[in-house]
Design a protein around this ligand. Structure first.
Ligand SMILES: Nc1ncnc2c1ncn2[C@@H]1O[C@H](COP(=O)(O)OP(=O)(O)O)[C@@H](O)[C@H]1O
Ligand SMILES: [Mg+2]
Length: 394
């Protein structure tokens, strides 16, 4: 028979209970309140490994901001990258909203021109505006920073005058091109200097910290930077227990401990393991033996649904690089250690390292060390026949 399952493993799927993020949510709610009072506030960036709950958190924050009647838009930057066209579309949507009130109609033209110029100059495939050749020339700009700043400042001014603050939620920031990120920071900086209520709530893999700090010295003041990670034991317990409560299903302490041990408190892993256990157990009280019975199915699901898609996006050379990382004694590891495992010079393998970073599989830790962006990726690689074979040959 069909059984309703309260666990929700999957990218960006809102859990039925959000564990362990209350402090972040409350702090940012305060910032929204300030923004609503037309006070420009710091923007915020969350970073963390895959599956720790960044998307869920920023979606939750968007709900809260929308309740406060802040104008919100969600942007997910993709690997093939279309950030400029997305930010233009979102800015247009803001103008559309403002223009529904007759008394604000006169505030539209300036920002609309700025958006037009941005699209004409930097979104080569954009078909938002149909312009004559002469108009094209008029709107053409050479500087992305200037164009984007013009968009932010003019919509910011309109936001201020109409008392409709703006918050853009930007997910997967690591896929932004470095020059786009630089321009975004500069544009936001200028808008805040002028006192306009525009804010960004961003999320991305750990490498974004480096991307931001390399970009502009003032980016550290502009953004609050918050790393989010696995849940503490108490928080994990809530993530496990709360969703099942409504269905009058409970867990023994031993079962909870076991789940925490296996999942290491990673929200995605908790959702996945609990979903499997819940599906396969008919008792009202879930015990340790029920967990044990489902470990195999859990790992199979993770391997197929979470790890494999990432692994298979790698070329043969990249896979060898990954194998070498796994065979290092501990992670994070240095590139020189990887090069030793591969019997190659650091210089030869540097391009592979760069590709893996750009694909979001690994990220640089501190100066010269590397780690995986996916938790427990090492275990997955060790389970692979290809890896075992590589180890024998090396
Ligand atoms: N705070 C949380 N409490 C419980 N489950 C969570 C929490 N945050 C995320 N999850 C679950 O973890 C999974 C991954 O969340 P997601 O936001 O997609 O992670 P990320 O964006 O960091 O890769 C989803 O299945 C989601 O339901
Ligand atoms: Mg995400």
């Amino acid at each position: 028979m069909f059984k309703v399952n309260p666990y929700r493993p999957g990218a960006g799927l809102m859990p039925t209970y959000i564990a362990g993020r209350d402090d972040d949510i409350n702090a940012i709610e305060q910032m929204f309140i300030a923004l609503k009072m037309n006070i420009p506030t710091q923007s915020i960036i969350f970073s963390g490994l895959r599956g720790v709950g960044k998307t869920v958190l920023i979606n939750k924050l968007q709900d809260i901001a929308e309740e406060k009647e802040i104008f919100c838009r969600h942007i997910e930057v993709e690997e093939r990258n279309d950030f400029i066209s997305q930010i233009a579309t979102c800015s247009q949507a803001f103008l559309r909203k403002v223009s529904t009130k007759e008394k604000f109609k006169h505030l539209i033209q300036k920002p609309l021109d700025a958006i037009k110029s941005l699209v004409v100059s930097f979104d080569p495939n954009g078909s938002t505006f149909s312009l004559s050749v002469q108009e094209r020339e008029l709107y053409k700009s050479n500087s992305l920073t200037q164009s984007l700043t013009e968009v932010f400042v003019t919509i910011g001014e309109t936001a201020y005058k109409t008392e409709t603050p703006i918050c853009f939620f930007i997910d997967e920031i690591q896929y932004m091109k470095q020059n786009e990120l630089g321009s975004l920071i500069a544009a936001l900086h200028r808008t805040n200097q002028l006192g306009y209520p525009v804010m960004i709530v961003g999320a991305g893999l750990p490498k974004i910290y480096k991307m931001l700090s390399e970009e502009k010295s003032y980016s550290e003041r502009l953004f609050l930077y918050k790393e989010i990670g696995s849940l503490t034991d108490d928080q994990s317990k809530k993530a496990i227990v709360e969703p099942a409560k409504k269905f009058k299903i409970s867990y023994t302490e031993d079962a909870i401990k076991k789940i925490i041990k296996i999942t290491k408190g990673y929200p995605f892993f908790i959702q996945q393991l609990c979903q499997v256990v819940y599906k396969n157990t008919d008792d009202k009280i879930i015990q340790e033996c029920h967990i044990d019975n489902n470990i195999e199915e859990f790992f199979t699901l993770l391997d197929v649904g979470f790890f494999k898609v990432r692994y298979e996006r790698c070329s043969d050379g990249e896979k060898k690089f990954i194998f070498a990382m796994v065979s290092c004694e501990e992670l994070p590891c240095t590139i020189s250690n990887v090069s030793k495992q591969l019997n190659k010079k650091v210089k030869t393998i540097s391009p592979t390292r760069a590709q893996l970073i750009s694909k979001g599989i690994i990220f640089p830790v501190r100066h010269s060390e590397l780690d995986f962006t996916v938790p427990e990726f090492t275990g997955y690689i060790q389970r692979l026949d290809e890896y075992k074979q590589w180890c024998e040959e090396n």
